[in-house]
Design a protein around this ligand. Structure first.
Ligand code: CAA
Length: 258
């Protein structure tokens, strides 16, 4: 499908989706969110794709929801449209691993979008923030919930109430991002991580993703039970036999997603 606000590229079993509204610092308007949801759905369904990277430009991952597009909306409109609700659900139902490669601004909906991915690799110039309070609103695509789970209440409150930005170093220290790399190496690092994931059995990669996400949705006891059931179920796969045999035979496993 031809897209106008994103660029989709598939290389070495990795689908990279680049947000591409440079004049608006990749602000998330309805067209971009719609195209992104479609592209993620297509990548998820494409057998050639085993991992997905979501990225922006060196200046901005995304500077938030498009303020110009939403400024005149009324309560009735946004309530009836379930504004951002459907987009949120579409973006979070992807089953394959999704890495956010973040350089520059990841603000408001941009920060929330990065947090919807499975993990975040940040460039050293990345800036995260939930500055919606400066606009007379609050975060609307999960920011108050996800940022709090990532960095704890105190820092999350600080970010949401003052609207200040967090740099990459603070974001790594706080557990928001998994790695920080020089901005020039960002895509190489993300591609390397995605290719590493692509080598694994999709069965265990998807199971790991489901199980880790469960930690955010349920109690510890339920989460551990869920993990145990998935762990047990993987013993029914050929890939488990192959992975454990390859270890003992000191060779690289050949996973076949079976
Ligand atoms: N929506 C629409 N347009 C935006 C935008 C946004 N979120 N962020 C930047 N732009 C546009 C600017 O209007 C400007 O366009 P024009 O040249 O046509 O005026 C262009 O992008 C470049 O921006 P700046 O000139 O402002 O660039 P800068 O380098 O001086 O500043 C910035 C960069 C600090 C990121 C600043 O643009 C900014 O503060 N942006 C808004 C950040 C924000 O408030 N995000 C939250 C949005 S609300 C939200 O996301 C709700 C939610 O949770 C769902």
């Amino acid at each position: 499908m031809a897209y106008e606000t994103i660029i989709v590229d598939i290389e070495d079993r990795v689908c990279t989706i680049k947000l591409n509204r440079p004049d608006a610092l990749n602000a998330l308007n309805s067209q971009l969110l719609g195209e992104l949801a479609t592209a993620l759905g297509e990548a998820d369904a494409n057998d050639k794709v085993r991992a997905i990277i979501l990225t922006g430009s060196q200046k901005a991952f995304a500077a938030g929801a498009d303020i110009k597009e939403m400024s005149e909306k009324s309560f009735v409109e946004v309530f009836l449209q379930d504004f951002f609700g459907r987009e949120h659900d579409a973006l979070t139902k992807v089953r394959k691993p999704v890495i956010a490669a973040v350089a520059g601004y990841a603000l408001g909906g941009g920060c929330e979008l990065a947090m919807m991915c499975d993990f975040i690799i940040a460039a050293d110039n990345a800036k995260f923030g939930q500055p919606e309070i400066n606009l007379g609103v609050i975060a609307g695509i999960g920011g108050t919930q996800r940022l709090t789970r990532f960095v704890g209440k105190s820092k999350s409150m600080d970010m949401h109430l003052t609207g200040r930005f967090m740099d990459a170093e603070e974001a790594e220290r706080s557990g928001l991002v998994s790695r920080v790399v020089p901005v020039k190496s960002l895509m190489e690092e993300a591609q390397g991580a995605a290719e590493k994931i692509a080598e694994k059995s999709m069965l265990s990669a998807m199971a790991a993703k489901e199980a880790v996400n469960r930690a955010y949705e349920t109690t510890l006891a339920e989460g551990i039970l869920f993990e145990k059931r998935l762990f047990h179920s993987l013993f029914s796969t050929e890939d488990q036999k192959e992975g454990m045999a390859a270890f003992q035979e000191k060779r690289t496993p050949q996973f076949r997603d079976k």
